[in-house]
Design a protein around this ligand. Structure first.
Ligand SMILES: *[C@@H]1O[C@H](CO)[C@@H](O)[C@H](O)[C@H]1NC(C)=O
Ligand SMILES: *[C@@H]1O[C@H](CO)[C@@H](O)[C@H](O)[C@H]1NC(C)=O
Length: 135
């Protein structure tokens, strides 16, 4: 009975560690609707190392998207939030954001805006909170 419980808790611990390790790679979302909020994972207590998160914001046809940051803190130069005006493609890259300055608002030219967060193997910061709305 005791033995079985110990084994079970080991299995659970193993799974939780596995989920935590995968969590960094498996975050982000496709968000729709007229407005909303996007937080980096763990905001404001710090994002994981090895984060690789993509958020695709899709609003109604013919609308633009305005993205405004309410909070922004990423380990300067090593953890980067790239913003794409459209889908995540090199030619759509609008800006790469890093460091501790609140970025100015960004307005898309179409109905899709993509955010891509990459963090390296060490050092985290608060992360970011951004609100978006269709224009
Ligand atoms: C969207 O905007 C409305 C009106 O300004 C506001 O009441 C609502 O809380 C917003 N929703 C989100 C998810 O930010
Ligand atoms: C991020 O995740 C994407 C999709 O799973 C993958 O193709 C890409 O190689 C990853 N990039 C990094 C730097 O981990």
């Amino acid at each position: 009975m005791m033995k079985a419980q110990v084994n079970l808790s080991r299995i659970l611990l193993c799974c939780l560690l596995w989920i935590a390790a995968a969590g960094g790679q498996n975050c982000g979302d496709t968000v729709r609707g007229p407005n909303g909020t996007i937080d980096s994972p763990g905001f404001p207590y710090g994002y994981p190392n090895y984060a690789n998160c993509t958020w695709t914001i899709v609003t109604e046809e013919r609308n633009r998207i305005q993205l405004a940051f309410q909070s922004f803190a990423l380990e300067e130069d090593f953890d980067v939030l790239s913003v794409y005006d459209g889908q995540l493609r090199q030619e759509n890259l609008r800006t790469r954001l890093t460091g501790f300055q609140l970025p100015s608002p960004i307005v898309s030219s179409g109905s899709v805006l993509t955010l891509w967060l990459i963090s390296d193997y060490a050092v985290s910061a608060q992360g970011f909170r951004a609100v978006y709305e269709g224009k």
